[in-house]
Structure formats: structure tokens, C-alpha cells
Write a protein that binds this ligand. Structure first.
Ligand SMILES: Cc1cc2nc3c(=O)[nH]c(=O)nc-3n(C[C@H](O)[C@H](O)[C@H](O)COP(=O)(O)OP(=O)(O)OC[C@H]3O[C@@H](n4cnc5c(N)ncnc54)[C@H](O)[C@@H]3O)c2cc1C
Length: 387
């Protein structure tokens, strides 16, 4: 068995780990990115591609089941963190294009959440207006009536009552994003170790020993960003990471002429004309099978927004698992028991990719944990009750 040594090893090559690794690419050959590979649950390969700001960190919370169960849900710093990422996104996209030649198809001319009845619109308007008024919130939101939505989106169905618009929202091609982040790390000389599932982490004086089926990796610092896999790995370095799967589903329609200049929260058109319909939050453990009733409800709602979609064929569908914390907000942690060990998880890894690469990674590089990360610590949960 071989042993390789690095200054920093990132465990998990999904969107969170790859974005952090891209931010650390200046380490060159002293950096390793280890990924389990295709057998793992990978939200990074099943997501919807939105860079979504509106409503993030809103007072009534992020996570529907947390709202239902009345768990504490307000985390205003998440709004500021999301908005920072949205602002940094054009820089990330430019760096990726320059260094890898990959265009991640970033569009950031705003996004819309569409409401299908006056009551739905009134409730949404009240929530989002409250959100926009939160301390520290720099992203405005416009509440639009039907005419306001129609001015931006021709071809609306009669049920559309209005919606909310946020200029910082946008989308990208998330598969190209993942590829570009990996390519950027490799291009800078970092070791991208595919098929390297970490099975055990042994803290040792001044270093960490990572056991994999392909040998041992030693590192001075370790960042755990293995999505759902982090729940198992983090306790090995004294961190609680209580993340659990949350199933989402995506319907893919055949390509049509460009009709959607802006992404909607549950409907978008890719740069090659494909239409994606996405939604649903279900807690079904590791079950990632498709649920026809949920897909039918998603399709019916999309057809109420744009009736012409009734005649567009579905070509495929998938389900994938989000990485969800108990309150729905990101979790960033450093280990007090084993300094030099860190962990990161969130359910909006596309949106936060720029913050992870350009703001969080420098903290790992400096080995200095910023006070601004404290609100995202797992200490906010009763980690003993969860363990
Ligand atoms: C249906 C759906 C729609 C979504 N839509 C959006 C969206 O529109 N916008 C947005 O911002 N976000 C969206 N997301 C969320 C986004 O995809 C995730 O936040 C992001 O992918 C999480 O990244 P991650 O790296 O933490 O986890 P993952 O992407 O799941 O990656 C984890 C990686 O860790 C590796 N791994 C696991 N265990 C180990 C181990 N022991 N050793 C080594 N490697 C390991 C796996 O191989 C995997 O590659 C969506 C998610 C879903 C499911």
C-alpha cells in the first residue's frame, strides 16, 4: 500500500469539496482532492443549477419540515452569505473560463418565483418583503402583479397571479461547473484522486492519516466535504455533522425554442434549449427512486405557468438527494479536539460555490477560522441529541 503526503486534503469531490479545492489550488501539488466516485450519493450530479438568493435566510426558515416541526429556523447571516456568493459568482465563472476554458453558462439577470393564485401571491409577498427588510439584507425583491410577470415572460397561462423577482438570482450549467472546478484543481497541479473513498481518519500529532482502499493519504489539514458521507467521517475528527438526505426530483423536457429568459424557482431552460422542471422535498432516507405522483404534480404546475408545455415531451427524469442539516442552513465547523480538521456541508452548493471557493477556502489556507463562520457552527444544534 502506498502512502502519499499533502499539506491539505479535501475529502469529497462534489460541489462543496471541489469549490473549496479550487479556492486552494494555489497550493499546487501540496493539495489533494479525494472522491469516492460514482457509487456515492452525489447531489452535485443531480441538481437544478440555480444560483438562488431570494428568500435565503428568511425569518420563517429554509427547510419545510423544520418549519412544520417548529424547530428554530431563522439565520439571517445565511442571507448575507448567499448574497456574497451571488456577488462573487461572475468572478468565479471568469476564473474558471480563464484557467480551464470551460464556460459554465452563468446567467445572472435575475430570477422569478411565480404564484398561481392571489392568495399565494399575497402570502409570498408578505414573506419576501419581511425577508428583504431583515438587517444586513442587501438584495431587494420586487413583488410583481400579473402584468409585471407578463412583461418579463410572454406566453403565461391565465392562472399566473404574479410573482417575486430578485435581480441577484440566476443559473448556470452545474455539470460544467463541477467539471471546471475539478479541471482547475488538476491544472494547478493538485492531485485529484477519484475512486478514493476515505474509510477511516486517524488524527496523529500534527497530521491526519486517511485510510482508503488505494492506500493511505497523510495531510497536515483535512477538510471534510463529502456531502452525506460527512455525517460518518466528521466524528472521527471530533466534529458533529448531523446532515441527512432530502429527496428532490427533476423532469427533463425536449429542447424547444428559447422562451425563458430568466430562471423560475422550479422551471428553467438550459443554454441548449432543454426545459427542466424541478422541485419536491421529501424525507425518504437514502431512497432516490422517482415518485410518479410528485412528478405529475410538478408537471401540472409548470403547465399552468406555461400552457404550451403540455405539448412538449418528457425525455427523462431523475431523483437526487440533497445534503440537509436539521434547520436547512449550511454547517461549517472546525475541530477543537483535533486542530486542522474542518467540515463543510450545505444544500445549495451551486449558489454557494463562489463563497466556498473565494471566501471560505482562504480561511482554510490561513488555518484561521473566521468569526463570521460562527453562526454556521454545528453547536447551534443539540448535537448530543442528534448523535
Ligand atoms: C434535486 C436537487 C436539486 C438541487 N438544486 C440546486 C440548485 O438549484 N441550486 C443549488 O445551489 N443547489 C442545488 N442543489 C444542491 C446541490 O447540488 C448540493 O448542495 C451540492 O451538490 C452539495 O455538494 P456536496 O459536495 O456537499 O455533496 P455531493 O454533491 O453529494 O458530493 C459529495 C461527494 O463526496 C464524495 N464522498 C462521499 N463519501 C466519501 C468518502 N467517504 N470518501 C471520499 N469521498 C466521498 C462523493 O463521491 C461525492 O462526490 C440541489 C440538489 C438536489 C438533490
Amino acid at each position: 500500500m502506498t502512502t502519499r503526503a499533502y499539506d491539505v486534503a479535501i475529502v469529497g469531490g462534489g460541489l462543496v469539496g471541489a469549490a473549496i479545492a479550487f479556492g486552494l489550488r494555489g497550493l499546487g501539488a501540496k493539495l489533494a482532492l479525494l472522491d469516492e466516485g460514482d457509487v456515492a450519493h452525489r447531489a452535485a450530479r443531480g441538481n437544478f443549477g440555480l444560483i438562488w438568493v431570494q428568500g435565503k435566510g428568511r425569518p420563517e426558515g429554509e427547510y419545510r419540515s423544520a418549519q412544520r416541526e417548529g424547530r428554530p429556523v431563522s439565520l439571517p447571516p445565511y442571507a448575507a452569505w448567499t448574497q456574497r456568493s451571488a456577488r462573487e459568482w461572475p468572478r468565479l465563472a471568469a476564473l474558471l473560463r480563464e484557467e480551464t476554458g470551460i464556460d459554465v453558462a452563468l446567467r445572472q439577470h435575475g430570477g422569478l418565483h411565480v404564484c398561481l393564485s392571489p392568495d399565494e401571491l399575497a402570502a409570498r409577498a408578505q414573506r419576501l418583503t419581511q425577508w428583504a427588510a431583515q438587517a444586513g439584507n442587501e438584495a431587494g425583491v420586487d413583488v410583481l402583479d400579473r402584468a409585471g410577470v407578463a412583461a418579463r415572460l410572454p406566453g403565461l397561462g391565465p392562472d399566473v397571479a404574479g410573482g417575486t423577482f430578485c435581480a441577484q438570482d440566476g443559473d448556470c450549467n452545474p455539470l460544467r461547473l463541477l467539471r471546471a472546478l475539478h479541471a482547475g484543481v488538476a491544472h494547478a497541479g493538485g492531485a485529484v484522486l477519484a475512486g478514493h473513498a476515505v474509510t477511516r481518519i486517524e488524527p496523529a500529532p500534527g497530521r491526519f492519516v486517511l485510510r482508503t482502499a488505494h492506500g493511505t493519504v497523510e495531510c497536515g489539514r483535512v477538510v471534510l466535504a463529502a456531502g452525506l458521507g460527512t455525517a460518518k467521517l466528521a466524528p472521527m475528527v471530533g466534529i458533529a455533522m448531523p446532515v441527512a438526505p432530502n429527496k428532490g426530483q427533476v423532469l427533463v423536457l425536449e429542447r424547444v425554442r428559447p422562451f425563458l429568459p430568466l430562471p423560475l424557482e422550479t422551471l428553467r431552460q438550459t443554454d441548449d434549449g432543454t426545459v427542466l422542471i424541478g422541485d419536491a422535498q421529501q424525507e425518504r432516507g437514502l431512497d432516490d427512486t422517482l415518485d410518479p405522483a410528485v412528478l405529475a404534480a410538478m408537471a401540472a404546475r409548470a403547465a399552468r405557468v406555461f400552457p404550451f408545455l403540455r405539448d412538449v415531451r418528457v425525455v427523462r427524469a431523475w431523483a437526487a438527494l440533497r445534503v440537509m442539516s436539521p434547520d436547512g442552513f449550511p454547517v461549517y465547523a472546525h475541530s477543537s479536539a483535533h486542530p486542522g480538521a474542518y467540515a463543510a456541508a450545505c444544500h445549495s452548493g451551486v449558489t454557494l460555490a463562489a463563497a466556498h471557493a473565494l471566501a471560505l477556502a482562504p480561511a482554510f489556507a490561513a488555518d484561521a477560522w473566521p468569526a463570521a463562520m460562527q453562526p454556521f457552527s454545528p453547536e447551534r444544534f443539540d448535537v448530543r441529541a442528534i448523535a
